[in-house]
Design a protein around this ligand. Structure first.
Ligand SMILES: NCc1[nH]cc(CCC(=O)O)c1CC(=O)O
Length: 339
């Protein structure tokens, strides 16, 4: 007989969320030598319809999971870091950011097309103002189609849903998709999500991070626990979560999120930020763009101090320089977040 799992991990119900929660839970369970049960939580972001960019941009996917964590219904929440608001949540801590998956955006186009070979005026699906802005800066002729939904639903906008199982069933048992015809020439998705779902073969071009700068935190997971698991003497869960933290990832996402926080921007803002360690230095590349792609502001800053404090300071310094250069009005931050 297997003993009841001593801890539970809360996850959203999409194929991607379940896959990444399972991966993270397995590594924590292995580090701790205990079992972890899974509880599926429906979040506001899963229930509401309409453009994601108009949901306020802050935490629609994370809020319900966080409530369950605070209530003690679950003991660990696994989030896509890019969906997690940059402000800390009282009572909770990010106990680990495991090693980051591929941070790049990926183009999934019909007929093997790439950003440079898509025909004039091609229709590209994305619900992300950041992706739309950076794409339009490179290819002003493109038509951006506002799409949302799970990975399978988005890919179906290129292929039609015949490609995803008999009778239009969703990917990996996601709920049945309605009839979707391929009304886009391409969609942009995070390479990390596609890789985790073993769908790399749908990618026709990996967009280099210096060409399309990824969202802060893209490709990275956040393992969130109650503060008490880590304070003073860590609990067995707290210790196991800490063991799967990856310091280079933690330094990078600390810089990216400090920038976002200082700009008072959420995941719906047209801001790309990608930090990485190279030659013993932490570099932070940023692209702030007007949502129509007419103007972009790029910045790259470096520190040779590899501490969390220095990483956060790098993000703040970058944000302040960008604000001086007019980033707030360029990216529409005042209108999007000031009211
Ligand atoms: N906002 C949706 C979302 N949140 C996290 C991921 C997966 C990418 C990641 O690991 O950051 C995605 C899908 C996408 O952007 O294609």
């Amino acid at each position: 007989m297997v003993a009841k799992a001593p801890y539970t991990v809360g996850t959203r119900g999409s194929a991607l969320a379940m896959t990444q929660s399972k991966m993270a839970a397995d590594s924590v369970a292995e580090a701790g030598g205990f079992e972890l049960g899974m509880v599926t939580v429906k979040t506001e972001g899963d229930v509401l319809t309409g453009p994601l960019s108009q949901m306020g941009g802050t935490g629609v996917f994370a809020a319900t999971l966080r409530t369950r964590l605070l209530e003690g219904v679950v003991d660990l929440a696994v989030h896509s870091l890019k969906d997690l608001p940059s402000a800390p949540c009282p009572g909770l801590v990010i106990g680990a950011t495991p090693e980051r998956e591929d941070p790049r955006d990926a183009l999934c186009a019909r007929d093997g097309l790439t950003l440079d070979t898509l025909p004039l005026g091609a229709r590209v699906g994305t619900g992300s103002p950041r992706r739309a802005a950076q794409l339009l800066a490179l290819r002003p002729d493109l038509t951006i189609v506002d799409i949302r939904g799970n990975v399978g639903t988005r890919l179906a906008r290129v292929t039609g849903n015949e490609a995803y199982g008999v009778g239009g069933a969703g990917l990996h048992g996601e709920k049945k998709l309605g009839a979707i015809t391929g009304d886009c020439d391409a969609v942009i998705l995070a390479a990390s999500g596609l890789k985790r779902l073993s769908l790399e073969e749908t990618i026709t071009e990996y967009l280099p991070t210096d060409r399309v700068v990824p969202a802060p935190g893209q490709g990275s997971l956040a393992l969130e626990v109650r503060e008490g698991e880590l304070g003073g003497e860590p609990t067995p869960l707290g210790a196991a979560v800490t063991a799967v933290d990856h310091l280079p990832t933690r330094l990078a996402v600390t810089a990216e999120r400090a920038l976002l926080r200082r700009l008072e921007a959420g995941c719906a803002a047209p801001i790309g930020a990608y930090a990485y360690i190279k030659d013993d230095q932490l570099t932070l590349d940023i692209c702030v763009a007007a949502t129509n792609g007419s103007e972009t502001l790029r910045q790259s800053l470096t520190t040779d101090q590899l501490t969390l404090e220095a990483a956060a300071a790098l993000g703040v310094r970058a944000a302040e320089q960008l604000l001086e250069q007019g980033a707030a009005s360029l990216a529409g931050l005042e209108t999007a977040f000031g009211n």
